[in-house]
Design a protein around this ligand. Structure first.
Ligand SMILES: [Zn+2]
Ligand SMILES: [Zn+2]
Length: 357
């Protein structure tokens, strides 16, 4: 099959073992895998976890040098010789799944529909080559055809920040339309969670320490009476709003001692707590209360191919609109610094600036 033209080398940001600063360097454009695609990247989302990835050393399956970036979207420029899937055509755009799993039937994770936990499959941008580059080679299990009308930056960010929230809410906590949900945290993931819960049709009460986040919630239609005012105790708010014993599910997108304690107190008997945020590394569980209330404490991690398909569909239909700024790939270290300082409003995606190659 014909391919589009591409150069023999490209620029990329790589993590070198022993160095916590990313290195901008010229590397070969990867070969097209027989079962996969060569992708020209159109956007790569910057994630808070890029910094810990730069800091970690000695993790199993991490290459000595690898290209960072685990939220990607690009254009197909070459198709592997054994790819029969007609959904993939030259010039078409795809969103990229960073951790597609090995896909083997005898894999204990992939065979149970848990590819995000598979240790054997590729981990793009997490120890193996990812998306802060001009090109990337992927297996077709990592490529999701992009519905028309979705900008590459939005698609890239959707694969991580939106999909993690979506997977947790729909497949783990299984939030349903007739539920009342309490959401802690309206940050990068939490604000997407808010839109997903509203799309499901459940009532959602929100809490955040930042007034501008609460204002944004109000702006997209959360009634003022369902927003916990800053400075108000969550437990008092629940009591005074007549919501005691009525919170079916708590979405914990913060994970601090206070919020996790509040979560256990406010959730109804038989209710669920979905754990996503990890601002405090360890939290306390009141065993007696958990047992008496017969609580389900649920953890979630990442998302899967089908989650991204559904998320892109929701975005294409205007149900969720992730906010994304665009920047230059060349500026990644500065962008990461600004993100770490909390000075990027939502998410940011980068693209290689050819003017300055
Ligand atoms: Zn991430
Ligand atoms: Zn596997």
């Amino acid at each position: 099959m014909a391919s589009f033209d591409y150069p023999p080398t490209m620029y990329a940001w790589r993590k070198h073992k022993g160095n916590s600063s990313p290195v901008w360097e010229e590397v070969p454009v990867p070969d097209t895998p027989p079962e996969g695609l060569l992708i020209k990247l159109l956007a790569s989302g910057v994630c808070h976890s890029d910094q810990p990835l730069l800091d970690v050393e000695d993790r199993p399956n991490f290459n000595e040098k690898y290209i960072l970036g685990h939220e990607g979207c690009g254009e197909i420029i070459n198709i592997g010789s054994r790819v029969k899937d007609v959904r993939f055509k030259l010039g078409h755009r795809v969103a990229l799944l960073a951790v597609p799993g090995c896909g083997l039937d005898n894999c204990s994770e992939c065979s149970r529909d848990l590819p995000q936990l598979c240790a054997d499959g590729v981990h793009h941008g997490i120890g193996q080559d990812g998306f802060y580059a001009q090109y990337v080679a992927v297996d077709i299990r990592a490529a999701i055809p992009l519905p028309s009308g979705i900008p590459p930056g939005v698609a890239a960010v959707a694969t991580d920040a939106v999909t993690t929230a979506y997977h947790g809410i729909t497949r783990r906590a299984e939030v349903k339309k007739d539920e009342t949900v309490f959401l802690f945290g309206l940050g990068g993931l939490g604000f997407n969670a808010l839109q997903i819960v509203r799309a499901i049709g459940a009532r959602v009460i929100v809490s955040d320490l930042r007034q501008e986040k609460l204002d944004s919630a109000l702006k997209i239609g959360v009634p003022a009476t369902d927003i916990v005012p800053i400075g108000k105790s969550v437990q008092d708010f629940i009591q005074e709003s007549g919501l005691r014993g009525k919170i079916d599910t708590v979405l914990e997108f913060v994970g601090k001692h206070q919020t996790f304690q509040d979560a256990q107190k406010i959730v109804r008997p038989g209710g669920k707590i979905l754990c996503v945020g990890t601002l405090d590394r360890t939290n306390e569980l009141d065993m007696k209360m958990g047992i008496r209330k017969r609580l389900s404490i649920i953890f979630t991690y990442g998302g899967q191919y089908q989650d991204i398909v559904e998320v892109l569909d929701l975005i294409a239909n205007g149900v969720i609109s992730p906010q994304v700024e665009m920047g230059r790939l060349q500026d990644f270290p500065e962008v990461l610094k600004v993100l770490g300082e909390g000075n990027i409003k939502d998410r940011i995606a980068l693209v290689f600036d050819t003017e300055e190659a």
